[in-house]
Write a protein of this length. Structure first.
Lengths: 312, 619
C-alpha cells in the first residue's frame, strides 16, 4: 500500500515567504500570549493545596462549590475531571493558613456534610519555594536540550544546519507553550516533560530531512540549492507523514485511555507532532536556503585535502 | 545472507531471551500482605508465627501463606479486605512490641528472584501512598558554627592580648572591629593561623578604625552542607524503617531537599510525627539551694547559671544550665519495664566522653537530685505578613527528677514516662537526632483506588497504543510491516526488562514515555522501508534493495536517535520526580529501539529473504 505518489515533486520552497511570515506571526502571537496572558501553572509550579475527590453518584460542580462554602472554604477552585463524579479542588498557598492535611480534612468534612458518597482520592500540598525552583530548572532543561542538540548537529552536519535547527526548535517550543497560554490549560510538570519531548520529536524529524539534504548535495552534480531542498523534502515526505501518523496513533491511545494524569502529556505531543512536522518542511528548509547552504560545505573534509586532490 | 553475520543473529536471540526472562516478573501481581517487625526487646520467631496463626484462626481470617524472612514476618492474604481485617486484629493483639504494617508482597517465583529478576517498583501514583518533600535548614547549623567561631576568635584575641573593640556576627560574616593597623595585622595573622577554614578581608571604616571580616570558605560551606544532608538522610532512613513501611524511598533531591515516599500509607499524621519531630534528652543537675524557683525568677534572685523548667504536672524546678549529657551523645536507647518498680523506662547507653562526664558528676553528687529534660521540637507553619513562615515549637519538660542512687557512667535508666512515651522517646533517640532541622515543603497523598485506576488506564493505553501501531504498520508495509511489528513487541519487552534490571520506578509519566517510545520506535522501520521502496523503484534487485535500504537508513537513524537521546539525557539530569521517570524511560527506549528496529528486523529479514531468488518484495 502506498498513499503518496513516490514521484511527487511539490515545490514546497516556493511558498517559503508565505510560510515564514505565518511562522513569524504565530511565534509573535505565542510570545504575546505567554507574556500577556501567562500560563496557567499547575500546582507543581505555583504551590498550594489540591484535593481530588470522587462521588459514587453524579454530582453538579455547583453543589460541590456550595458544600465547600457552607463548610467555610470560599477560595477554592472546583474543576470536574472529565465527568460528573470526580472533581479537583484547588487552593492557592497564600490563602491557605494551615497545614495541608488540616485543609484537606476540612474539605472532605465539608463535602461529607452535604453528601455521604464522597471519598478522597488524593491530596497534594506543594510549598511555594518548590514551584519557583522547578520553573527555573524547567527553563534550564529546555535551554540545555536545545544547545546540546545544536552542538551535535554542528559537528555531524555543519553549523548552518545547527542554526536552522535551533531557530526551528525555539519556534516549535514557543508555539507549543503558546497553545497552553491560549487555552489556559493546566501547565504542570508532566506537560513540561512533554514540551521537552516535543523538542526531541521535532529535532528527530528535522534530522531526517537534513540527512537527505546532505546526501543529495553530495551525490548531485548540477542542481540549485532550492531544487535539492525540494527534492529532499519530497523524497522524505512519505516517511515524515507516516511516522507522524504512527506516533499520533500511539499518543491518541494515551489521550483517550490514559486518564487525567497523562492527558496534558498526550495533547502536547499531538500538537507538537503537527507543529514539528510542518516546521521541518516550512521553517527549517527555507532557513537552510537563506543561510546559504551549498554543496561545498557538505563534502567530506578529506576531499579538500590537497594531497588527495592531486591524485588522478 | 552474507551481509548479516551469524553471530549477530545469535546476539538477537540472546537479547530476546534476556528480555523475556527479565521482563517476566512484571506480570506477577502483588499480593496483599502484612509485615510484622520486632520492636526493641521482641523477636520474630517460630513462636510469633504460631501466635499469629492462632489469632487469625480464632477470628476465622484465612491467610494464604505466612513466612519469616530474616528479621520480619510476612502474612499473605487473598484479598485486601481480609488483609485489612487481619491487620487490625494482629496490630491490636501484638501491641507495641511489634511494628505491624500493610504491605504488598511479591509473587514472583523464587527461581526468577534467584537470578535477580524482579518486577519494577511502582510509583506512588500507581499504588497509593504518602509523599513528602523535606527542606533541610542548613542555615541554622551554619549559623551555629559561625557563632562558635566568633566565640573562639573572641577568646583567642583576648588570650593573645590583641586589642579589639568588638567581635560581632553579621549575616554570614564574623566582623572584628579594631582601632589601629597594628592590631588589625596581629588579629589577621592569628585568625589565619588558627582557623584555616575562614576567608579574611579587611577594610577601613569612615568613622575611624578597621574591620576584619571572616567568612567560611565556600569549600568549607559545601562540606558542612553535604555532611548535614548525609546525616539527615541517614536519620530519616532509620526513622522510616521504624515505621515498618514496605519499600520506602528516602532520597536526596537537589542540594538541600529530601524526598520520603511511603507506599501504601494513608495516614499522614502518624508519618509526620516521626518525620518532623526531633526529640532529645538532656541531663541537668537540680539546684537544691533554690527552694521556690517561681518566686526566685520573679524577684530576680535566681542564680544566673540556673534556669526554671516545669514538669508535666506544672511543678517548677531550678536546674543548672550546664548539660551533663544530651541525646546526641547517646549510642543506644531501648524502652522497657523497670525491674524494681514495674514502671516503663528508657535504658540509655552513652558514648565515652559523655559517660566520663556522667561518671565524674555522679561520683561527686551521690544523694543529690538529677533531672531529665525531654526536649521535643514540633514543626509549625505560621502566616506572618501574608508569608508562610516555618517555625518550630520547642517543648521542654522535666520528665524525671530523682536522687542519684549511686555512681554510674555508660549505662543507666530513666523512668517517669508513660509506656507510649517511653517507646516514642526510645525510637526518636535511637534513630538519631537530625543534624539540621527540616520542614515539610511538599506533601501528597494518593489514595489506593486512584493507584489501581492509574494502573488499569496505563496498561490499557500501552496495549492500545501498541495495537494501533502494529495494525497500521502491518497494513502499510505488509511483510516488512509485520517484521517491524515483531520488533516493536520485542522492543516493549526489552524496554520493560532493562527498566526492571535498573529497578526504575514505574510511574504514570514513565508509562507515557513507554507509549511515546512505541510510537517513535517504528520511525526507524519507516525509514528503512521507505528506503527499500525507493531502491526498488530505482530498479535495484530485491536483495540489493534490502541491503542498500538498511545501509542508507542507518546514518539517518543514528543521527535522529542521538539527538533524541541528548534531549532525554538533559531531562534526566535536570528534571526531578515526574520528569526523571519519563526521561529514563525515553532514554532507555531510544537505545532498545535502535537495537530492535534495526538489528532485530535485519536478522528476521535476512532469515526470510536470504538465499532465495526474489522477484518482488512485500514492502
Amino acid at each position: 500500500m502506498e498513499i503518496f505518489n513516490p514521484n511527487s515533486n511539490i515545490n514546497f520552497l516556493s511558498w517559503r515567504r508565505v510560510s515564514i511570515v505565518i511562522s513569524i506571526v504565530l511565534v509573535l502571537a505565542s510570545l504575546g500570549l505567554i507574556l500577556v496572558r501567562g500560563l496557567n501553572y499547575g500546582l507543581d509550579f505555583t504551590g498550594g493545596v489540591l484535593v481530588e475527590v470522587s462521588y459514587a453518584k453524579p454530582v453538579d460542580a455547583k453543589d460541590v462549590r456550595k458544600a465547600l462554602q457552607t463548610g467555610g472554604i470560599d477560595n477554592a477552585l472546583v474543576q470536574g475531571l472529565g465527568g460528573t463524579r470526580e472533581f479537583t479542588i484547588r487552593m492557592q498557598v497564600s490563602k491557605v493558613d494551615k497545614k495541608a492535611d488540616t485543609v484537606a480534612t476540612k474539605v472532605i468534612r465539608a463535602l461529607h456534610a452535604q453528601r455521604t458518597d464522597v471519598s478522597l482520592k488524593r491530596t497534594d500540598f506543594v510549598g511555594p519555594q518548590v514551584g519557583q525552583q522547578l520553573r527555573n530548572n524547567g527553563a534550564i532543561a529546555v535551554i540545555f536540550v536545545i544547545i546540546g542538540i545544536m552542538v551535535y548537529l554542528g559537528i555531524r552536519f555543519e553549523k548552518r544546519f545547527a542554526v536552522a535547527a535551533l531557530v526551528t526548535e525555539i519556534h516549535d517550543t514557543l508555539l507549543t507553550v503558546g497553545f497552553y497560554a491560549l487555552t489556559q490549560r493546566d501547565f504542570n510538570l508532566t506537560v513540561l516533560a512533554s514540551v521537552l519531548a516535543v523538542v526531541g520529536y521535532s529535532v528527530n524529524d528535522k534530522v531526517v530531512v537534513f540527512d537527505r539534504v546532505r546526501e543529495l548535495f553530495r551525490i548531485t552534480r548540477k542542481a540549485s540549492s532550492e531544487q535539492i531542498l525540494n527534492r529532499a523534502i519530497n523524497s522524505t515526505l512519505s516517511r515524515t507523514i507516516i511516522t507522524s501518523l504512527f506516533t499520533g496513533l500511539a499518543m491518541g491511545a494515551l489521550f483517550f485511555f490514559g486518564g487525567p494524569a497523562v492527558h496534558g502529556f498526550a495533547i502536547t505531543m499531538l500538537i507538537g507532532i503537527v507543529i514539528g512536522t510542518l516546521s521541518s518542511i516550512f521553517v527549517a528548509s527555507p532557513l537552510l536556503l537563506w543561510l546559504g547552504i551549498s554543496k561545498k560545505d557538505l563534502m567530506p573534509v578529506t576531499k579538500n585535502d590537497p594531497e588527495l586532490a592531486r591524485r588522478p | 545472507m552474507s551481509d548479516f553475520p551469524r553471530w549477530k543473529a545469535w546476539l538477537v536471540v540472546a537479547v530476546l531471551v534476556f528480555g523475556l526472562v527479565w521482563a517476566l516478573p512484571n506480570i506477577f501481581q502483588k499480593q496483599p500482605a502484612i509485615q510484622i517487625q520486632a520492636n526493641s526487646g521482641a523477636t520474630v520467631n517460630q513462636a510469633l508465627q504460631e501466635r499469629v496463626v492462632s489469632i487469625l484462626a480464632k477470628n476465622h481470617v484465612k491467610s494464604s501463606k505466612i513466612t519469616i524472612n530474616g528479621t520480619h514476618m510476612l502474612a499473605r492474604f487473598s484479598s485486601t479486605s481480609t488483609q485489612l481485617k487481619a491487620y487490625s486484629l494482629i496490630r491490636d493483639t501484638l501491641g507495641d512490641r511489634y511494628v505491624v504494617a500493610l504491605n504488598l508482597a511479591s509473587t514472583v517465583p523464587g527461581w526468577l528472584r534467584a537470578i535477580g529478576a524482579n518486577a519494577m517498583p511502582l510509583g506512588l501514583d500507581l499504588q497509593g501512598g504518602v509523599h513528602f518533600l523535606l527542606q533541610v535548614d542548613t542555615q541554622a547549623v551554619i549559623h551555629q558554627q559561625l557563632q562558635r567561631f566568633r566565640e573562639d576568635i573572641h577568646d583567642s584575641l583576648g588570650q593573645e592580648k590583641i586589642k579589639f573593640e568588638a567581635v560581632t556576627l553579621s549575616g554570614n560574616d564574623i566582623v572584628v572591629h579594631v582601632a589601629d593597623e597594628k592590631n588589625l595585622d596581629a588579629a589577621r595573622a592569628l585568625i589565619s593561623r588558627d582557623d584555616a577554614q575562614l576567608d579574611l578581608s579587611t577594610s577601613r571604616i569612615a568613622a575611624g578604625g578597621y574591620q576584619l571580616r571572616a567568612t567560611l570558605k565556600s569549600s568549607e560551606l559545601q562540606k558542612i552542607e553535604t555532611s548535614i544532608i548525609r546525616q539527615n538522610l541517614a536519620t530519616m532512613r532509620n526513622r522510616v524503617n521504624q515505621l515498618g513501611v514496605s519499600e520506602p524511598l528516602v532520597q536526596q533531591q537537589g542540594t538541600s531537599r529530601i524526598v520520603v515516599e511511603l507506599p501504601g500509607m494513608q495516614d499522614t499524621a502518624e508519618a509526620k510525627k516521626i518525620l518532623g519531630a526531633t526529640a532529645t534528652l538532656e541531663y541537668h543537675a537540680v539546684d537544691e539551694n533554690v527552694s521556690d524557683p517561681v518566686a526566685a525568677q520573679k524577684n530576680g534572685t535566681l542564680p544566673p547559671e540556673d534556669r526554671v523548667y516545669y514538669n508535666r504536672q506544672g511543678r517548677a524546678y531550678a536546674l543548672k544550665k550546664k548539660v551533663i549529657a544530651s541525646g546526641d551523645e547517646l549510642i543506644d536507647a531501648t524502652a522497657g519495664i523497670d525491674q524494681t518498680t514495674g514502671l516503663p523506662d528508657v535504658s540509655v547507653v552513652l558514648d565515652s566522653t559523655a559517660a566520663k562526664r556522667m561518671f565524674e558528676f555522679t561520683s561527686a553528687n551521690v544523694g543529690k537530685l538529677m533531672a531529665v529534660v525531654y526536649i521535643e521540637r514540633i514543626p509549625e507553619v505560621k502566616v506572618i505578613n501574608g508569608k508562610r513562615v516555618h517555625t518550630s515549637k520547642v517543648k521542654q519538660v522535666v520528665i524525671n527528677a530523682s536522687t542519684i542512687q549511686g555512681v554510674f557512667g555508660k549505662r543507666f535508666q530513666s523512668t517517669g514516662l508513660s509506656t507510649q512515651q517511653a517507646h516514642t522517646l526510645a525510637l526518636l533517640l535511637k534513630s538519631g537526632s537530625l543534624a539540621a532541622p527540616m520542614n515539610i515543603v511538599e506533601e501528597r497523598v494518593i489514595g489506593p483506588s486512584l493507584g489501581q485506576s492509574n494502573i488499569d488506564r496505563g496498561l490499557l493505553s500501552v496495549l492500545l497504543g501498541l495495537g494501533f501501531v502494529l495494525i497500521a504498520a502491518g497494513i502499510y508495509y505488509k511483510l516488512f510491516g509485520l517484521v517491524a511489528d515483531i520488533a516493536l513487541v520485542f522492543n516493549l519487552i526489552l524496554l520493560v526488562a532493562v527498566l526492571s534490571v535498573f529497578q526504575a520506578t514505574l510511574t504514570m509519566p514513565s508509562i507515557a514515555g513507554i507509549v511515546l517510545t512505541l510510537g517513535m520506535a517504528i520511525d526507524a522501520n519507516v525509514l528503512i522501508c521507505e528506503r527499500i521502496r525507493e531502491e526498488m523503484r530505482n530498479g535495484s534487485t530485491p536483495l540489493a534493495s534490502i541491503r542498500a535500504g538498511y545501509q542508507k537508513a542507518w546514518s539517518t537513524i543514528l543521527d535522529a536517535n542521538v539527538t533524541h537521546l541528548i534531549a532525554s539525557v538533559a531531562l534526566m539530569t535536570f528534571g526531578s520526580g515526574a520528569i526523571r521517570g519519563f526521561a529514563i524511560t525515553l532514554g532507555v527506549g531510544i537505545l532498545t529501539s535502535m537495537f530492535t528496529s534495526v538489528t532485530a528486523t535485519h536478522a528476521i529479514t535476512a532469515r526470510i529473504h536470504g538465499g532465495r531468488k526474489l522477484k518482488t518484495l512485500s514492502v
